[in-house]
Write a new protein. Structure first.
Length: 233
Protein backbone atom coordinates (compact mmCIF):
# COMPACT_ATOMS: atom_id res chain seq x y z
CA UNK A 1 0.00 0.00 0.00
CA UNK A 2 1.24 3.48 -0.81
CA UNK A 3 1.41 5.74 2.25
CA UNK A 4 1.11 9.01 0.34
CA UNK A 5 -1.83 11.03 1.69
CA UNK A 6 -2.78 8.28 4.15
CA UNK A 7 -3.56 9.48 7.68
CA UNK A 8 -1.46 8.05 10.50
CA UNK A 9 -2.10 8.71 14.19
CA UNK A 10 0.75 8.06 16.62
CA UNK A 11 0.66 8.40 20.40
CA UNK A 12 3.82 9.68 22.10
CA UNK A 13 5.73 11.59 19.42
CA UNK A 14 8.03 13.81 21.49
CA UNK A 15 11.02 11.43 21.28
CA UNK A 16 12.21 7.87 20.77
CA UNK A 17 10.35 5.39 18.58
CA UNK A 18 7.28 7.66 18.19
CA UNK A 19 9.33 10.60 16.92
CA UNK A 20 11.27 8.36 14.49
CA UNK A 21 7.96 6.95 13.24
CA UNK A 22 6.43 10.39 12.72
CA UNK A 23 9.44 11.54 10.67
CA UNK A 24 9.51 8.38 8.54
CA UNK A 25 5.78 8.38 7.81
CA UNK A 26 6.08 12.06 6.80
CA UNK A 27 8.95 11.12 4.46
CA UNK A 28 6.60 8.58 2.86
CA UNK A 29 4.10 11.37 2.12
CA UNK A 30 1.61 10.42 4.83
CA UNK A 31 -0.28 12.90 6.98
CA UNK A 32 0.72 12.38 10.61
CA UNK A 33 -1.23 13.34 13.71
CA UNK A 34 0.75 13.14 16.93
CA UNK A 35 -1.10 12.76 20.20
CA UNK A 36 1.12 13.50 23.17
CA UNK A 37 1.93 15.66 26.14
CA UNK A 38 4.93 17.35 24.53
CA UNK A 39 5.18 18.68 21.00
CA UNK A 40 8.19 17.50 19.00
CA UNK A 41 10.25 19.91 16.93
CA UNK A 42 8.64 18.88 13.65
CA UNK A 43 7.81 21.65 11.20
CA UNK A 44 5.96 20.00 8.34
CA UNK A 45 2.70 20.85 6.54
CA UNK A 46 1.54 17.24 6.95
CA UNK A 47 2.17 17.10 10.71
CA UNK A 48 -0.53 17.97 13.20
CA UNK A 49 0.11 17.82 16.95
CA UNK A 50 -2.74 17.51 19.43
CA UNK A 51 -1.79 17.93 23.07
CA UNK A 52 -3.10 14.81 24.78
CA UNK A 53 -2.34 12.84 27.90
CA UNK A 54 -3.24 9.32 26.74
CA UNK A 55 -4.07 8.31 30.32
CA UNK A 56 -7.21 10.40 30.03
CA UNK A 57 -10.07 8.83 28.05
CA UNK A 58 -11.74 12.23 27.66
CA UNK A 59 -8.56 13.88 26.35
CA UNK A 60 -8.12 11.05 23.85
CA UNK A 61 -11.71 11.27 22.60
CA UNK A 62 -11.45 15.08 22.35
CA UNK A 63 -8.21 14.69 20.38
CA UNK A 64 -9.99 12.54 17.79
CA UNK A 65 -12.82 15.09 17.53
CA UNK A 66 -10.21 17.81 16.96
CA UNK A 67 -8.53 15.63 14.34
CA UNK A 68 -11.86 15.00 12.64
CA UNK A 69 -12.40 18.77 12.41
CA UNK A 70 -8.90 19.23 11.05
CA UNK A 71 -8.55 16.45 8.47
CA UNK A 72 -11.89 14.68 8.38
CA UNK A 73 -12.81 11.22 9.51
CA UNK A 74 -10.41 8.93 7.74
CA UNK A 75 -7.63 7.32 9.73
CA UNK A 76 -5.71 4.58 7.96
CA UNK A 77 -3.02 3.72 10.52
CA UNK A 78 -3.05 3.95 14.32
CA UNK A 79 0.16 3.42 16.28
CA UNK A 80 -0.31 2.96 20.02
CA UNK A 81 3.24 3.82 21.01
CA UNK A 82 3.11 5.96 24.17
CA UNK A 83 4.49 4.03 27.08
CA UNK A 84 6.83 4.00 30.03
CA UNK A 85 8.39 1.64 32.53
CA UNK A 86 9.61 1.57 36.11
CA UNK A 87 11.56 -1.47 37.31
CA UNK A 88 11.46 -2.47 41.00
CA UNK A 89 11.30 -5.54 43.25
CA UNK A 90 7.66 -6.61 43.62
CA UNK A 91 7.31 -5.39 47.22
CA UNK A 92 8.70 -1.97 46.31
CA UNK A 93 6.45 -1.28 43.34
CA UNK A 94 5.09 2.23 43.80
CA UNK A 95 1.33 2.19 43.34
CA UNK A 96 1.20 5.54 41.53
CA UNK A 97 3.81 4.28 39.08
CA UNK A 98 1.91 0.99 38.69
CA UNK A 99 -1.25 2.89 37.74
CA UNK A 100 0.72 5.18 35.45
CA UNK A 101 2.13 2.18 33.55
CA UNK A 102 -1.21 0.41 33.12
CA UNK A 103 -3.08 3.62 32.24
CA UNK A 104 -0.46 4.60 29.65
CA UNK A 105 0.67 1.24 28.24
CA UNK A 106 -2.66 -0.63 28.40
CA UNK A 107 -5.79 1.48 28.92
CA UNK A 108 -4.87 4.02 26.23
CA UNK A 109 -5.24 1.28 23.60
CA UNK A 110 -8.92 1.01 24.54
CA UNK A 111 -9.33 4.79 24.45
CA UNK A 112 -7.88 5.16 20.93
CA UNK A 113 -9.73 2.05 19.72
CA UNK A 114 -13.10 3.59 20.65
CA UNK A 115 -12.33 6.36 18.18
CA UNK A 116 -10.58 4.55 15.33
CA UNK A 117 -12.13 1.08 15.17
CA UNK A 118 -15.73 2.11 14.26
CA UNK A 119 -14.34 4.38 11.58
CA UNK A 120 -11.94 1.72 10.24
CA UNK A 121 -14.78 -0.80 10.20
CA UNK A 122 -16.95 1.51 8.13
CA UNK A 123 -14.15 2.17 5.64
CA UNK A 124 -13.25 -1.57 5.67
CA UNK A 125 -9.61 -0.70 5.97
CA UNK A 126 -7.13 0.02 8.73
CA UNK A 127 -3.89 -1.01 10.38
CA UNK A 128 -3.34 -0.76 14.12
CA UNK A 129 0.11 -1.22 15.65
CA UNK A 130 0.42 -1.81 19.38
CA UNK A 131 3.94 -1.38 20.71
CA UNK A 132 4.49 -4.06 23.34
CA UNK A 133 8.02 -5.23 24.23
CA UNK A 134 9.96 -8.46 24.62
CA UNK A 135 8.85 -7.87 28.25
CA UNK A 136 5.44 -8.85 26.88
CA UNK A 137 6.75 -12.25 25.80
CA UNK A 138 8.99 -13.25 28.69
CA UNK A 139 9.05 -12.11 32.30
CA UNK A 140 12.12 -10.58 33.90
CA UNK A 141 12.92 -10.14 37.61
CA UNK A 142 12.24 -6.65 39.02
CA UNK A 143 10.06 -5.91 36.00
CA UNK A 144 6.74 -7.37 37.20
CA UNK A 145 4.59 -4.27 36.68
CA UNK A 146 5.99 -3.35 33.27
CA UNK A 147 5.96 -7.00 32.12
CA UNK A 148 2.37 -7.29 33.34
CA UNK A 149 1.37 -4.26 31.30
CA UNK A 150 3.13 -5.52 28.16
CA UNK A 151 1.77 -9.08 28.50
CA UNK A 152 -1.62 -7.35 28.59
CA UNK A 153 -0.78 -5.51 25.36
CA UNK A 154 0.06 -8.90 23.78
CA UNK A 155 -3.27 -10.40 24.84
CA UNK A 156 -5.29 -7.34 23.80
CA UNK A 157 -3.55 -7.28 20.42
CA UNK A 158 -4.34 -10.98 19.88
CA UNK A 159 -8.02 -10.40 20.59
CA UNK A 160 -8.10 -7.33 18.38
CA UNK A 161 -6.44 -9.18 15.50
CA UNK A 162 -8.94 -12.07 15.61
CA UNK A 163 -11.87 -9.70 16.06
CA UNK A 164 -11.01 -7.21 13.34
CA UNK A 165 -9.51 -9.29 10.52
CA UNK A 166 -12.93 -9.88 8.95
CA UNK A 167 -13.35 -6.12 8.76
CA UNK A 168 -10.14 -5.93 6.74
CA UNK A 169 -8.34 -4.29 9.65
CA UNK A 170 -4.84 -5.48 10.47
CA UNK A 171 -3.59 -5.49 14.06
CA UNK A 172 0.15 -5.92 14.53
CA UNK A 173 1.80 -6.29 17.91
CA UNK A 174 5.43 -5.12 18.00
CA UNK A 175 7.89 -6.62 20.49
CA UNK A 176 11.19 -4.73 20.51
CA UNK A 177 14.09 -5.70 22.73
CA UNK A 178 16.06 -2.82 24.27
CA UNK A 179 15.99 0.33 22.17
CA UNK A 180 18.37 3.27 22.66
CA UNK A 181 15.88 5.92 23.79
CA UNK A 182 14.98 7.95 26.87
CA UNK A 183 12.88 4.99 28.09
CA UNK A 184 15.59 4.02 30.60
CA UNK A 185 15.48 7.36 32.47
CA UNK A 186 13.44 5.64 35.21
CA UNK A 187 15.81 2.66 35.51
CA UNK A 188 19.07 4.05 36.97
CA UNK A 189 20.98 0.75 36.60
CA UNK A 190 20.48 0.58 32.80
CA UNK A 191 22.20 3.11 30.55
CA UNK A 192 21.25 3.33 26.88
CA UNK A 193 24.13 2.13 24.66
CA UNK A 194 25.00 1.51 21.03
CA UNK A 195 24.39 -2.27 21.17
CA UNK A 196 20.69 -1.65 21.76
CA UNK A 197 18.33 -1.37 18.80
CA UNK A 198 18.08 2.09 17.25
CA UNK A 199 14.64 3.74 17.30
CA UNK A 200 14.94 4.60 13.59
CA UNK A 201 15.39 0.90 12.73
CA UNK A 202 12.34 -0.14 14.77
CA UNK A 203 10.36 2.64 13.07
CA UNK A 204 11.53 1.51 9.63
CA UNK A 205 10.27 -2.01 10.33
CA UNK A 206 6.83 -0.66 11.29
CA UNK A 207 6.63 1.64 8.27
CA UNK A 208 7.58 -1.30 6.06
CA UNK A 209 4.81 -3.42 7.64
CA UNK A 210 2.38 -0.58 6.86
CA UNK A 211 3.10 -0.96 3.15
CA UNK A 212 2.45 -4.68 2.72
CA UNK A 213 -0.33 -5.93 0.43
CA UNK A 214 -3.88 -5.91 1.85
CA UNK A 215 -4.00 -9.69 2.29
CA UNK A 216 -0.52 -9.94 3.82
CA UNK A 217 -0.58 -9.53 7.56
CA UNK A 218 2.34 -9.46 10.00
CA UNK A 219 0.59 -10.37 13.25
CA UNK A 220 3.63 -10.15 15.52
CA UNK A 221 6.94 -8.37 14.98
CA UNK A 222 9.61 -9.47 17.46
CA UNK A 223 12.94 -7.74 17.04
CA UNK A 224 16.03 -7.90 19.23
CA UNK A 225 19.63 -6.73 19.09
CA UNK A 226 21.70 -9.58 17.64
CA UNK A 227 24.50 -8.99 20.16
CA UNK A 228 22.93 -6.95 22.95
CA UNK A 229 26.19 -6.74 24.92
CA UNK A 230 28.38 -6.23 21.85
CA UNK A 231 30.78 -8.67 20.12
CA UNK A 232 32.14 -11.49 22.34
CA UNK A 233 35.71 -10.78 21.28
N1 LIG B 1 13.21 1.69 24.68
C1 LIG B 1 13.03 0.40 24.85
O1 LIG B 1 13.96 -0.34 25.21
C2 LIG B 1 11.71 -0.24 24.55
C3 LIG B 1 11.68 -1.62 24.35
C4 LIG B 1 10.47 -2.24 24.09
C5 LIG B 1 9.31 -1.48 24.01
N2 LIG B 1 9.35 -0.14 24.21
C6 LIG B 1 8.09 0.60 24.13
O2 LIG B 1 8.18 1.48 23.04
C7 LIG B 1 7.30 2.59 23.26
C8 LIG B 1 8.05 3.88 23.03
O3 LIG B 1 9.10 3.98 23.99
P1 LIG B 1 10.49 4.71 23.70
O4 LIG B 1 11.54 3.70 23.87
O5 LIG B 1 10.43 5.48 22.44
O6 LIG B 1 10.56 5.64 24.99
P2 LIG B 1 10.63 7.24 25.17
O7 LIG B 1 11.75 7.79 24.38
O8 LIG B 1 10.60 7.46 26.63
O9 LIG B 1 9.27 7.75 24.50
C9 LIG B 1 8.02 7.48 25.07
C10 LIG B 1 6.96 8.37 24.45
O10 LIG B 1 5.70 8.12 25.08
C11 LIG B 1 5.13 9.36 25.46
N3 LIG B 1 4.25 9.27 26.60
C12 LIG B 1 4.50 8.71 27.81
N4 LIG B 1 3.45 8.87 28.63
C13 LIG B 1 2.51 9.55 27.91
C14 LIG B 1 1.21 10.02 28.21
N5 LIG B 1 0.65 9.82 29.40
N6 LIG B 1 0.52 10.69 27.25
C15 LIG B 1 1.09 10.88 26.04
N7 LIG B 1 2.31 10.47 25.69
C16 LIG B 1 3.02 9.81 26.63
C17 LIG B 1 6.35 10.23 25.77
O11 LIG B 1 6.00 11.58 25.69
P3 LIG B 1 6.20 12.67 26.86
O12 LIG B 1 6.83 12.00 28.05
O13 LIG B 1 7.02 13.71 26.22
O14 LIG B 1 4.82 13.11 27.14
C18 LIG B 1 7.29 9.84 24.62
O15 LIG B 1 6.98 10.55 23.45
C19 LIG B 1 6.76 2.42 24.70
O16 LIG B 1 5.48 1.84 24.65
C20 LIG B 1 7.76 1.47 25.33
O17 LIG B 1 7.18 0.73 26.39
C21 LIG B 1 10.53 0.51 24.47
Amino acid sequence: MQLKDKTVVITGVSKGIGLALALQYLDEGAKVAGLGRNKPEIEHDNFHFIKTDVRSSSEVSEAFIALDNHWGKQIHIMVNNAGLGYFDPIEDVDLDQLHQMFETNVYSIFYTSKAVVPQMKSQQYGHIFNIASTAGIEAYPQVSAYCGSKFAVKAISGSMYKELRDHRIKVTCVYPGSVKTDFFRNTPNIDPHDYMLMPEDVAEMIVHASKTPDNFHQVNLEVRPLQPKGPKN
